[in-house]
Design a protein around this ligand. Structure first.
Ligand code: GLC
Length: 417
């Protein structure tokens, strides 16, 4: 015993200065939040259990646009925390210079992920972000109300959606639900509006703002008509306040049973089926007419991290097949590995996975983040501000898009090929 006590300080010293050539383990590894406390807690606890490395989650802001600013500030200050960043799929091109190239460590493992996500994480040949969660825009509806109002299936076009939403809204208000609305979505001036509006215009054949060859295509009559149409929804089938709705605002109205339809992301489905949810068994999910925008999260390691080795270990742990499978089976978030969608445990017939089937069998629309690269933030901001000015009736869509076109051309002029 005495011998042990004498040995102890030596062991501690060896450990603290790296022992047998090993790197000094961090006292705490930091990661930004997924904005979902139970997922954050589970992810980090699992890693600590496996490695003994303590984890701390850094809170982030709700809006993707605000979160990007927060990250930019941290990286500008060369902050050594967070070590690992949860990144929106559209950010790698903007933050690439401050992210570690993971290719030498994880490059060989990328063949198993959705290629479009790996492409999003690769900037000028460097793998700066690894696919973590796949997400796609979906249309949610109250299946009980559709039945009650005599609709045998969800809408396939915006016109149908408008008609159904209006009819259900009138009927529910007659029943005394004064605050009931037909359709809720994300209309605040932030990244979420870029997603919604891109879906409107893409479904109308109005292009993708900037096409893959770098041509700015936003000023076209189809895009203008689609955005103008959405402006008519404000105050008719959608609450006037929708022009300030972010993700949780729309979700809160829908989950309180106050809307017939909602545009949302995949994770809302699992939330709607959670124990205690008002909506259990009453929600259907289908494709957005014309397809949904591709969303999701990637993981990157900060160039300023002092624990890069462990940070890479965490990225590998969180994005590995075992963890992705666990999250899928727990109905938490969608995996980024196509093979998991073919798992026997997640085959159709499981109503909880209706959303999932749609997400894979489905036309996804990519935002022009790869083509705009580091300029995507400016492109998206100019676009959502222009769309917002139409939704709030400050100008017509035709005028807004005509003014936006040269602005976007100027922004991407330097980078577009
Ligand atoms: C979701 C998507 C993300 C998108 C954001 C917009 O978080 O996963 O890609 O940018 O919503 O609000």
């Amino acid at each position: 015993m005495k011998k042990m006590l004498l040995l102890l300080p030596a062991l501690v010293w060896l450990w603290s200065c790296g022992g047998a050539g090993k790197a000094h383990p961090p006292s705490t590894l930091t990661i930004t939040s997924l904005n979902n406390q139970s997922l954050d807690a589970r992810f980090t606890a699992g890693f600590t259990q496996k490695t003994g490395i303590a984890m701390q989650v850094i809170p982030t802001l709700e809006s993707a646009t605000d979160r990007l600013e927060q990250y930019r500030e941290l990286l500008k200050e060369q902050s050594s925390t967070p070590d690992v960043l949860v990144l929106d799929v559209i950010w790698p091109g903007m933050l690439a210079d401050d992210l570690v190239d993971l290719k030498p460590y994880l490059g060989n493992e990328m063949g198993v992920y959705f290629p479009e996500l790996v492409k999003d994480g690769t900037v000028e040949g460097r793998l700066v972000a690894v696919p973590f969660v796949r997400d796609v825009g979906l249309l949610y509806y109250r299946s009980d109300l559709l039945r009650e109002y005599g609709f045998s299936r969800p809408p396939r076009s915006w016109r149908e959606l408008e008609r159904m939403a209006a009819r259900i809204q009138v009927g529910e208000r007659r029943k005394g639900h004064a605050n009931f609305w037909g359709y809720v979505w994300q209309g605040a001036p932030y990244e979420g509006l870029t997603c919604d509006a891109l879906e409107w215009q893409a479904s109308a054949g109005g292009g993708r703002i900037i096409e893959n060859d770098g041509i700015v295509s936003v000023d076209n009559p189809r895009a203008a008509a689609a955005i103008q149409e959405a402006a008519h929804w404000v105050g008719t089938i959608s609450p006037p306040g929708v022009v300030q709705f972010e993700e949780y605002d729309a979700w809160n109205v829908f989950r309180a049973g106050r809307a017939a339809f909602m545009r949302g992301w995949e994770w809302y489905y699992h939330a709607s089926q959670a124990p205690g949810s008002l909506l259990r068994g009453k929600v259907g999910v289908t494709r957005i007419p014309g397809g949904g925008v591709l969303g999701g999260s990637m993981l990157g390691v900060s160039r300023f991290s002092r624990h890069k080795k462990e940070a890479i270990q965490l990225v590998r742990f969180l994005t590995g097949q075992k963890m992705e499978r666990q999250r899928l089976l727990r109905r938490e978030v969608l995996p980024t590995l196509p093979v998991l969608y073919r798992e026997p445990a997640v085959q159709p017939g499981d109503s909880g996975l209706a959303a999932l089937e749609h997400a894979v069998s489905y036309q996804v629309i990519a935002r022009p983040s790869s083509i705009a690269g580091a300029k995507y933030g400016q492109v998206s901001r100019a676009y959502f501000l222009a769309v917002h000015s139409v939704l709030t009736h400050r100008q017509t869509a035709v005028r807004a898009l005509a003014a936006l076109q040269p602005k976007l051309t100027q922004i991407v002029g330097q980078t577009a090929k």
